[in-house]
Design a protein around this ligand. Structure first.
Ligand code: ADP
Length: 593
């Protein structure tokens, strides 16, 4: 015979049923009810009552036994401390059960106790109406989750060893059921908090802070509904400490004084290397960094808020604002998942505020840059216009002097320098004109023909400079749609540069061909070449090579900038390959017509 055969086969059957239910059911109150009933019906106790620990109070959640008893005690709330300190401390330990014999109870313990109506006898094994038998319900990690109390044992006798052992098994199941429920609750909280953080992360592309903050407050409140969520972003102005704010379920104001003091607290906190949220509670007078601010404390008390979480909105140690979640006395404390979520939310919002502000600065700078660029264009145009008129007059009068036979060396020098200035002003005018130009007047043009005319003009210059100038043209025309005034400027500039920067004895070849949907003009020279560093800025306005040899040759550094702009306006490109001391090749490509 096994030991249970002598006791209660019914109890074991109920236990087996309950074990299955505990692992499969998600309805906690149903399972607890079943366990309480099992203790009554299966083990023969008159009453079994299971309470759940909520904060620091045991709340009676399931009662097995008489309906009258159940009505009396279901939902009853008892401070956990009362049972743990007053009763467990004087109890006998029966394994995980706690038995307090009636004679140990003082008037304090008796008060509020449910007392069954049974007779008191002399039998030392008899159950006395004031005897109490409890079982604290623990999780597998040792956290107290509830309490089970039983009364009226079978035959009104103090339970024997076997009865206690099987009762313990019911107790274990009740503990497990509470633990499972707690885990499920925790898991669903984590999912909820995770969802809120996901919503916050989705706000990261926002362009405005206010609507993003409002959404963030709603998302946080959605995951932490018991309380008030307030978000504030600090302003740069000392007189106006809040730049943006939002709150849920509704926005709540904060005085400038309070915001300033919280800011100072959080900055101090961050400078000390802390970024975790601060938890504070008026209940325990645990008001860490915030104690400095008496008026805040008063406001919280007036609002009924007793505990809260305060987290910086930060990017590393830079505190840009804060978020605070407040709760009332009756609501539970913040658990570790909530603290983590608020911490993460603070960082997410810190990044959001920084990014929106950066984008705003970027946009402002862009507008300023555009304005500056426009101004630069205007300045160049105005100055070159103003220079052009007196220059023309100087050149004209120099020519008159030469014609009149006045020919001291200085007249020649005036003429040459005036011509040089004139080239600079013409280039400046061209540059500002092309920068301001939006549309081209396109016609069908033969690139080969264009290069032939350009070469005509250059051939004499090349001959004078002792350079072999070759034109390599295809048999057929290379048609492109181009502006008949602008595109020739590009070819002229590339070929005249090639001649200009090639020493006596060198060669310049201009080759035209159609390739890959483009008309191409390649200008090759065996000249000075351009260093890799100089190539980087070659097409910027006013850039001239740092090569001293090239610098002795007069130039403005505007030709290539103008040429590239014109090429691009045609949907084309200019590329360069060059080696210092060997020569350069510039290739212009324009889409074929
Ligand atoms: P500019 O010739 O009036 O100075 P460009 O914009 O046409 O202005 O050219 C910019 C600079 O690029 C020149 O000052 C010169 O140093 C360099 N460069 C241009 N073309 C050549 C080339 N074919 N060979 C060597 N250097 C060149």
């Amino acid at each position: 015979m096994t030991r249970f055969d002598t006791f209660n086969a019914d109890g074991v059957r109920r236990l087996y049923e309950i074990i299955r239910r505990v692992s499969s059911s998600t309805d906690l109150s149903e399972v607890l009810e079943e366990i309480a009933q099992g203790v009554v019906e299966g083990l023969g106790f008159g009453v079994a009552a299971i309470s759940r620990l909520e904060g620091d109070t045991f709340v009676m959640a399931a009662v097995g036994g008489d309906d009258e008893v159940r009505d009396q005690i279901l939902g009853r709330r008892t401070p956990a401390e009362q049972i743990i300190k007053r009763e467990f401390s004087i109890a006998d330990h029966w394994g995980i059960l706690r038995f307090v014999p009636h004679e140990r109870l003082g008037p304090e313990q008796i008060e509020g106790l449910w007392v069954p109506e049974i007779e008191v006898t002399d039998d030392p094994d008899a159950w006395h109406p004031l005897d109490t038998l409890y079982a604290p319900l623990y999780s597998s990690t040792g956290a107290l989750l509830g309490n089970m109390a039983v009364d009226l044992p079978p035959d009104n006798k103090i339970p024997n060893q076997q009865q206690r052992e099987i009762l313990e098994m019911f107790v274990v199941q009740a503990g497990l059921a509470l633990e499972n429920a707690q885990r499920r609750q925790q898991l669903s909280r984590q999912v909820q908090l995770g969802e809120a953080l996901k919503q916050l992360a989705l706000l990261s592309g926002s362009t405005e802070i206010d609507p993003a903050l409002e959404k963030a407050a709603d998302a946080i409140h959605g995951a932490m509904p018991l309380g008030q969520v307030s978000l504030r972003v600090f302003g740069d102005n000392v007189d106006d400490p809040v730049d943006h704010s939002a709150g849920a379920p509704a926005p709540v104001g904060a005085s400038d004084h309070v915001v300033r003091s919280l800011r100072a607290d959080l900055v101090r906190h961050a400078e000390a290397g802390h970024q975790r949220p601060l938890t504070f509670s008026l209940r325990d007078d645990d008001f860490p960094a915030l104690t400095s601010e008496a008026s805040l404390r008063e406001r919280l008390v007036a609002g009924g808020w007793t505990h809260g979480l305060l987290a910086p909105m930060n990017v590393d140690r830079d505190v840009l604002g804060y978020l605070v979640v407040l709760r009332e006395d009756s609501h539970p404390d913040f658990d570790a998942d909530e603290v983590d979520a608020v911490h993460e939310a603070g960082r997410e919002l810190g990044r959001l505020v920084r990014d929106v502000r950066l984008r705003r600065t970027e946009r402002r700078l862009l507008v300023e840059l555009r304005e500056l660029d426009r101004y630069k264009g205007e300045l160049i145009a105005t100055i070159s216009h103003e220079l052009k008129t007196p220059l023309t007059s100087i050149i004209g009068h120099t020519e008159l002097l030469e014609e009149a036979g006045v020919q001291p060396a200085s007249v020649g020098a005036i003429g040459r320098n005036a011509a040089r200035l004139d080239r600079l002003v013409t280039n400046l005018l061209n540059y500002s004109r092309i920068q301001g130009r939006r549309e081209l007047e396109r016609v069908r043009l033969d690139l080969a023909e264009l290069c032939r005319s350009s070469a005509e003009m250059l051939r004499i210059q090349a001959e004078n400079a002792g350079i072999t100038f070759t034109l390599d043209l295809p048999d057929r025309p290379v048609w492109v749609n181009a502006d008949a005034e602008e595109l020739p400027r590009v070819v002229d500039n590339l070929s005249s540069n090639a001649v200009k920067y090639t020493p006596r004895g060198g060669t310049v070849v201009v080759e035209v061909r159609a390739a890959g949907g483009h008309g191409e003009v390649a200008v090759r020279d065996t000249g000075l070449g351009i260093s890799t560093q100089d190539q980087v800025h070659l097409f910027s306005a006013f850039h001239r090579s740092t090569n001293p040899e090239a610098l002795t040759i007069p130039g403005t550094g505007l030709g290539l900038a103008i040429a590239r702009t014109i090429a691009e306006m045609h949907g084309g490109t200019i590329e360069v390959t060059s080696e210092l001391g060997t020569g350069s090749t510039f290739v212009l490509r324009v889409p074929l017509a």
